[in-house]
Design a protein around this ligand. Structure first.
Ligand code: GDP
Ligand code: IMO
Ligand code: MG
Length: 432
């Protein structure tokens, strides 16, 4: 079972970091394949918390190779500060490899992200303002600066000049910003290149070699299906493809190298930023309870996450989109003490039509309301449960309902943030 892709199945923050760290136990190589430092992946080990934005969540395993693939967009300052932070905590980063083909987030990308959001006003997307969209836009326009460019001063200067030229008008308000001076950017990025050089590699080849040796490779997704640029709730999405197919492109392997796809979903739903969210609980005690018990504040921006009931229509869509082999349900512990548990099983359009499938038309989705199946809640805390039999029967019924509706087996259930707070169901871990 060498190639395992882990993806988010909702709107992000499902607990991908924790699950990647867990499954990395049995892998030799862990690869991030898309997104950038809009991601925030949390790992809790022995009471110590680690938050990663760019570094793969396998880094805490000594001796394993961690790869930042070509599909990731890299803010070098963020990467270097993450490396520094890990070194200070005695975590070895010697085995981190960064693709020479990955694109760099430049200072103008960050400014344009913020300016773009301000211009949109009421229509703003609620981005993380980390420059993700403008960086991927430059990549597509073939005006991007890649990691390998940092190693050649002449090329770097020329490429920055070419990238700045078409942005002159939009960057006019920042004309006097010293961080946008061609010479200053070039010098800063050359220095970043110098510091990153020991980590720069042909990472696709590293993946092939590992897979060809029969080793297990975990492909770690960031963001999630409903934030997918093509298949999510456009335009309220991110600028990459956080679905399983993108693991191939963003790491440099073929579909034949992917053996299994695992989707991570919370036992309820959250969303940061704007955009449709049919099961959202607006200003209700239940929503506030999820926010508080689940500590639903963004890892990257600290924003309050919008909370709501688990949306099975959207989850079934995500499962098909990713051809998911298994589901991981996290944060089930957060739902302890709710009198009843709701699961959205269909939508109703504003015209009264029943919608069994995730609507492709944004106008319909924006005005659709969710209709629910209501199951009994479980009163007792479950954070100490480690076996399926220890879970209250109402919790097991809740999980069974999800499995049957989505048509994908649940293999792991999170009952707390710590890496040991996990319950294996059925066949459990892919490596057990
Ligand atoms: P990611 O972006 O998908 O890696 O998820 P985040 O790290 O942004 O957000 C998930 C949050 O939930 C983190 O604070 C995790 O420590 C925490 N978490 C993960 N799994 C569980 C779980 O099963 N129960 C609880 N209570 N917290 C969890
Ligand atoms: P992880 O990997 C949750 C959201 C932003 C915004 C939209 C576009 O931790 O699950 P962007 O900055 O990407 O242009 O913002 O996407 N978003 C996330 N929401 N978790 C994330 O990552 C996210 N990355 C981006 O809030 O709505
Ligand atoms: Mg996150």
């Amino acid at each position: 079972m060498p190639g395992l892709v882990i993806v988010g199945s909702q709107w992000g923050d499902e607990g991908k970091g924790k699950i990647t760290d867990l499954l990395a136990d049995h892998a030799q190589l862990i690869v991030r394949f898309q997104g950038g430092n809009n991601a925030g992946h949390t790992i809790v080990r022995d009471g110590e918390e680690f938050k990663f934005h760019l570094i793969p969540s396998g880094i805490l395993h000594p001796g394993k190779t961690c790869v930042i693939g070509n599909g990731v967009v890299i803010d070098p300052e963020v990467l270097l500060s993450e490396l520094e932070g890990l070194k200070k905590r005695q975590v070895s980063v010697a085995n981190l490899r960064v693709s020479a083909n990955a694109h760099m987030i430049m200072p103008y990308h960050v400014l344009l992200d913020t300016a773009g959001e301000s211009h949109l006003g009421k229509l703003s997307i609620g981005t993380t303002r980390r420059g993700i969209g403008p960086c991927y836009a430059d990549k597509s326009a073939r005006l991007g600066i890649r990691v390998q460019d940092l190693l050649d001063e002449k090329i770097l200067r020329k490429k920055i000049m070419a990238a700045l030229e078409p942005k002159r008008l939009s960057l006019r308000p920042y004309e006097k910003d010293p961080s946008l001076d061609l010479h200053t950017i070039t010098e800063r990025y050359l220095e970043f290149g110098h510091q990153l050089e020991p980590h720069i590699a042909d990472t696709a080849r590293l993946c092939w070699e590992s897979l060809d040796r029969g080793e297990n490779v975990v492909f770690e997704g960031a963001q999630a299906a409903l934030l997918d640029l093509d298949h999510g709730t456009y335009p309220f999405v991110t600028s990459s493809n956080p679905t399983a197919g993108a693991a191939c492109i963003g790491a440099g392997v073929g579909p034949g190298d992917i053996d299994e796809v695992w989707g991570v979903a919370k036992a309820y739903a959250t969303r940061v930023g704007m955009g449709p969210f049919p099961t959202e609980l607006v200003d209700t005690d239940e929503g506030r309870r999820m926010l508080e018990r689940g500590h639903e504040y963004g890892t990257t921006t600290g924003r309050e996450r919008r909370c709501g009931w688990l949306d099975l229509v959207a989850l079934r869509y995500a499962a098909r989109l990713n051809s998911m082999d298994a589901l991981v349900i996290t944060k089930l512990d957060v739902l302890a003490g709710f009198k009843s548990l709701k699961l959205a099983v269909r939508y109703r359009s504003s015209e009264g039509a029943v919608l069994d499938h995730f609507p492709y038309h944004q106008t319909i989705l924006h005005s659709a309301t969710a209709e629910y199946e209501e199951l009994p809640g479980f009163g007792e805390e479950i954070t100490e449960c480690r076996d399926e039999e220890e879970l209250p029967s109402a919790a097991r019924d809740f999980l069974r309902f999800i499995e049957e509706f989505v048509g994908v087996p649940i293999r792991l259930v999170g009952v707390g943030p710590s890496r040991d707070q996990i319950v294996e169901l059925g066949e459990g871990s892919p490596y057990s």
